[in-house]
Write a protein that binds this ligand. Structure first.
Ligand code: S3P
Ligand code: PEP
Length: 410
């Protein structure tokens, strides 16, 4: 569906926006719940990716389709590899069949799993013959995707002797690994992460005190509101829930990054309030985003909307996400009048104050392309193609924008 976003302003005193649970935390806890059925989860994400995860874990079918959900593909591969007697094929969207999974498959097979490729070597779809994994030590490359590491860590406490993982090379998206380890700790699993060695001890059952966990709302989804406030006049205020200061989500670094764009964050009782307190006073912004790759698109578009340049680095994982996000950003920003240079791991946006009107933004099956460009409606009229793509992580995105003043029509 094509949506037209008419040039808008944020209303005074908008209602508090309630954001659904983090899809990263939810998908980890759903997998842990399959391993420890006594675990109860509150505020589970209503995203497509978490619904996909829940369905797959409940399904008795031997054919699983995860569509676009990267975490579901990686976490379920590890899960089904350990399920004795299950003989599964796991597949996904056309794009999922291009997203690499070899590092994980090699590590699982080295631990004793039986996984093979059904089409392209190194990518889904996979054939998995579930069986007990007999080994407890493995090494894997850590610079491609942290999801492979999280997948192994999540099944680790149910392996007979736990797991010792050696991470090779530079470690990417580290906060997501820490999130996995933290959630394991919260359910009572002993873990350690020192230098490049992670160990996880086995755990058979949860203790009664460690059976209920609440998912914090999704910080990646808040990024679009940071952008909206940054692109609005001084005084604009938006409150969102349910958030806490000591988040497990690396994207909570937004609170500090957006101070550069004049946005102040105040933590309340389960809420955050974003206020535009100052005009952004910058010539250009430098951001290293290796630990928070999912907010790169938001920041690039905020800078473009503010007419300032940026140099975003640490983006080597963007090429293998829902689309090649570096190419997609360059193509769509240039339609709007920007000048953008990209390498394999960086994006350079040159400062310019010209924004072309009535541009139609292609989204490439990528929820974050749709959501990252939407805040530009505070500066110009634009259209978003295939707008329902947002449901991958944030199904009520467009309704929430309307409640704060966006004028949107079909
Ligand atoms: O573990 C997770 O929940 C995620 C890890 C990150 O992926 P990479 O480790 O592949 O960068 C992130 O981009 C993705 O949206 C969610
Ligand atoms: C990259 C993302 O998700 P995944 O890798 O889980 O598909 C994302 O949500 O931005």
């Amino acid at each position: 569906m094509l949506l037209t976003l008419h040039k808008s302003t944020i209303i005074a005193h908008p209602p508090t926006i309630i954001i659904t649970g983090s899809k990263s935390e939810s998908n980890r806890l759903l997998l842990l719940q399959a391993l420890y059925p006594e675990l109860q989860i509150e505020n589970v994400s209503n995203s497509d990716d978490s619904e996909t995860m829940q369905k797959a874990l409940k399904s008795s079918s031997n054919h699983i389709d995860v569509s676009h959900a990267g975490t579901a593909m990686r976490f379920l591969t590890a899960f089904f590899a350990t399920q004795e007697g299950r003989d599964i094929t796991i597949t996904g969207s056309a794009r999922m069949k291009e997203r690499p999974i070899q590092v994980l498959v090699q590590a699982l097979n080295a631990l004793g799993a039986d996984i093979s490729y059904l089409e392209t070597e190194g990518c889904p779809p996979l054939k998995i013959n579930g069986k007990p994994l007999t080994k407890d030590q493995v090494s894997l490359k850590a610079n491609v995707s942290s999801q492979y590491i999280s997948a192994l860590l999540l099944i680790a406490p149910k392996l007979e002797n736990g797991l010792e993982l050696t991470l090779e090379g530079k470690i990417t998206s580290v906060p997501y690994i820490n999130m996995t380890l933290d959630l394991l700790t919260q359910i009572g699993v002993e873990t350690s992460f020192k230098n490049n060695l992670i160990t996880v001890r086995p755990l058979q059952k949860l203790s009664p005190q460690q059976q209920v966990l609440t998912v914090e709302s999704d910080w990646s989804s808040v990024s679009y509101f940071y952008s909206i406030v940054a692109l609005s006049p001084v005084g604009t205020t938006i409150t969102l829930s349910h958030y806490k200061k000591d988040s497990l989500q690396g994207d909570s670094v937004l609170a500090s990054i957006y101070t550069d764009f004049g946005v102040t964050t105040t933590f309340g009782n389960n809420t955050i309030t974003l206020v535009k307190t100052d005009e952004a006073q910058l010539g250009s912004v430098n951001c290293q985003l290796q630990n928070a790759p999912d907010i790169a698109q938001t920041i690039a578009v905020t800078c473009f909307g503010l007419g300032i340049g940026c140099h975003l680095t640490g983006l080597h994982t963007l090429k293998i996400k829902e689309t090649d996000r570096l190419v997609a950003l360059k193509t769509e920003l240039e339609k709007l009048g920007a000048q953008v240079d990209i390498t394999n791991e960086a994006l350079l946006l040159h400062s310019s104050t010209q924004i072309n009107d009535n541009v139609s933004i292609a989204t490439y099956h990528d929820h974050r392309m749709a959501m990252a460009f939407a805040p530009l409606a505070l500066k110009t009229n634009l259209q978003i193609e295939d707008a329902m793509v947002v449901s991958k992580s944030y199904p009520t995105f467009w309704e929430d924008l309307k409640t704060i003043g966006f004028k949107i029509s079909k």
